[in-house]
Write a protein that binds this ligand. Sequence first.
Ligand SMILES: C[S@@+](CC[C@H](N)C(=O)[O-])C[C@H]1O[C@@H](n2cnc3c(N)ncnc32)[C@H](O)[C@@H]1O
Length: 168
Amino acid sequence: MDKRDGIFSPAGVVVDLGAAPGGWSQLALKRVGKAGAVIAIDCLEMEPISGVEFIQDDFTEQSGLQAVEQALAGREVDVVLSDMAPNLSGHAAIDQPAAIYLAELAADFARQRLSKTGCFLVKMFQGEGFDQFRAQLLRDFNKVITRKPEASRSASRECYLLAREPVL
Ligand SMILES: C[S@@+](CC[C@H](N)C(=O)[O-])C[C@H]1O[C@@H](n2cnc3c(N)ncnc32)[C@H](O)[C@@H]1O
């Protein structure tokens, strides 16, 4: 997706929400280089990745948000990634609203902290609440595209929404 859509740029500031075990953080770090910054948060532990500032906390809690804000120290964000996924119960009626809630929190953060040219990438599962979430992104960002990367099984409901340029 980065090759196709050009998500990262050298020296960019990236916030990775739901980062463990660190796959996306590692890629982001490679793309932004030493002049950039990657701030990552997860409730779970993550093996240290040199160059990634990792916060172990819950992003839905005030403490988690504050820790990310503190790490940013007033810098604007170029990319917000969210791969946060709730603990799955196996019941769509519980799991889907929980996933949408995490995506909404990430979108709120992105709207508030992204630069004018920034982008927000969120992994989603198509289902109840997906269309409303996408419709809200279309109101809050100038460009929104839906992607289903080759790596994600074609039958799966998993997809990615990429929103660019928050409407100020
Ligand atoms: C699919 S995994 C992320 C994989 C990661 N993007 C990677 O490339 O290695 C989802 C992660 O979201 C985290 N997560 C779920 N809810 C969270 C929350 N409220 N705050 C922080 N992390 C959360 C989980 O702990 C889990 O590690």
